[in-house]
Design a binder for this molecule. Structure first.
Ligand code: PEP
Length: 263
């Protein structure tokens, strides 16, 4: 049984206490959950109260079927992807007006699985960023390096390049609609998160790059094997403004415990 006070004490000694901040806690369900499974999840999430912002990115079917239920709870929700064009001959795609009609106010952009399996490029991600923000969506852009790039020390250049390309021509006034999720590819779905030192160093670096390039930063989430054992420690690190959670967001009891720990 995890004792919150013991963890908090240990965490404060290591990284200092930065939990007097409002976090974004986002769950990415990927290609998981039928409508009935999503419904059950939401029922079990009922009465979850948090001062933090809770987001869920379910499959489109669940989004459409449960949008009214989402609205009843204090959860924001949105798609895991969208097309930057409003309509047209783009088989298999979904547009911003379609998702906004459901009441979505957040959307995920450029997840590494989309970059890897669907060859999504930084140029496309940039177009989605422009279209998303212009239409009033809050978007979370995912960036991250692979294991070889981490081990070779190339990660700084990779992240800088992604930031530069993904946020190209984004103007100062558009920044409030943008968050970034730093998701080291080697930590996604592996059960091994980046260490606190790696998260601390990388988040400080990303914020510095943003400040240098744009004169301001954005909210910066960490993603990669966040679970109920490491959430408090990672959430306490300076420059961590929230989490993007895959596997551990699929079980309501686990997701709830993560939310409770950092609330
Ligand atoms: C993700 O896919 O965004 C993710 C962080 O997954 P997991 O939490 O399972 O590593």
């Amino acid at each position: 049984m995890i004792n919150r006070n013991d963890i908090l004490k240990a965490v404060k000694e290591i990284v200092g206490n930065h939990l007097d901040k409002k976090l974004i806690i986002a769950g990415n369900w990927k290609m998981n959950m039928t409508i009935s499974e999503g419904k059950k999840f939401l029922t079990e999430m009922e009465e979850t109260v948090s001062a933090n912002t809770i987001l869920i990115f379910p499959p489109y079917t669940v989004l459409a079927a449960l949008s009214t239920d989402f609205n009843k709870q204090n959860i924001h929700y949105g798609p895991q992807n969208f097309h930057y064009k409003k309509e047209g001959a783009y088989t298999g795609e979904i547009s911003i007006p379609m998702i906004k009609e459901l009441g979505c106010d957040y959307a995920l952009v450029g997840h590494s699985e989309r970059r890897t399996y669907y060859n999504e490029t930084d140029e496309e991600i940039n177009k989605k960023a422009h279209a998303g923000v212009k239409s009033g969506l809050n978007i979370i852009i995912c960036i991250g390096e692979n294991l070889t790039q981490r081990q070779s020390g190339e990660w700084k250049a990779i992240l800088k390049e992604q930031i530069k390309k993904d946020l190209a021509e984004i103007t100062w006034d558009m920044f409030s609609g943008i968050s970034i999720a730093y998701e080291p590819i080697w930590a996604i779905g592996t059960g091994v998160s980046a260490s606190s030192e790696e998260v601390k160093e990388t988040h400080a670096y990303i914020k510095e790059v943003l400040k240098d390039a744009f004169g301001r930063t954005v909210r910066l989430l960490y993603g990669g094997s966040v679970n109920e054992k490491n959430a408090l420690e990672i959430g306490s690190i300076e420059n961590v403004d929230g989490f993007l959670i895959g596997g551990a967001s699929l079980k309501p009891d686990v997701f709830k415990r993560i939310i409770d720990q950092v609330s």
